[in-house]
Design a protein around this ligand. Sequence first.
Ligand code: TXA
Ligand code: MG
Length: 347
Amino acid sequence: MKTMIWDMREYKDMPLTFAGLKTIKEIYNHGGLVAIPTETVYGLGANARDEQAVSRIYEAKGRPSDNPLIVHIHSQQQLKDFVAEIPEEAKKFMDVFWPGPISFILPLKKGYLCEKVTGGLDSIAVRMPSHPIGRAILQYVNLPIAAPSANLSGRPSPTTFQHVYNDLNEKIEGIVNGDQSEEGLESTVLDCTRYPFKIARPGAITQAMLNEVIPDSVIYYDYNSIDKPIAPGMKYKHYSPETPISMVTNIAHPIENGENWSNVAFILPRTLKQFAPQEAFFIPLCEDETDVKEANHNLYHILHIIDENPLIHRAFIYAFNDEIESEAIMNRMTKATGNHIVRGEDL
Ligand code: TXA
Ligand code: MG
């Protein structure tokens, strides 16, 4: 299949004037797949009411069909069609954090969306993205759009047009180029089917930010208990580059040791560059050790880079200290490395 490409980068300030929107809408209406930019990661979109279209998402990604999708909307009005009830506290969070990088799991009103979107669950995840281009597409198309991250299952999520193209070219009808995703990590997933609400996947909207709006309203899943339902996606290996990668802590001395570092990448804050071995690849993760937002933005792009560069055979990535709000990036790094941690002084 020939994949159409629309470059909307120049249309950020006036996306609704983009002529290609008409074709994109037709494709969605006829069961096709179009990948669109959002502020978190690129999403692989299809009409959430169309069973065949949603099946094709699972096929294109190679994704297990019991892992439900997030439905993307442009207006809270759309929720009444397929959400049975919005708890008052969830409504408050929507008003504060939408459009933005948080998805809410709410009780499903059956019959409107196709069943494949939820994998048969009686709850539904929804999000209203803030990316001006993604949002304009949702508005113009005016359909609930099911969209997982636009990567092959098991690969790092795409934060640029090129990442999507590499994984899905010739598998889907189209890709919209909307520049590099601002946030860079997938949305926070907040389960609002029971109170207190639970974070099923950490993201840019942190537990502290939510509890500041409504005290004590949000806790974490205890992943070790049999507490259900947990986001089904959590059980799959995710975000994993092919290059062996470990987290590294306690970097306070230059790493030398006479080893051959020439095929090794060190992914560290710029302020720690002095400690990386001279012959190694240095890839800046962010400016300094407190710069989580920049690290979030860069992480997936860096994971893609290390896999694409044949000279990099192994990588070490800086592990953030848990005193700062780094839960989202540490969650993704834990998965990418299989929770493998080394101490800088042991290298
Ligand atoms: O930022 C994002 O959320 C991106 C962009 C494209 O919006 N989307 C994304 O979708 O990351 P995906 O499909 O890769 O991740 C959705 C996560 C999965 O872990 C899934 O298991 C969980 O949300 N999920 C979806 N519906 C659920 C439900 N009803 N109950 C529990 N977990 C659910
Ligand atoms: Mg994903």
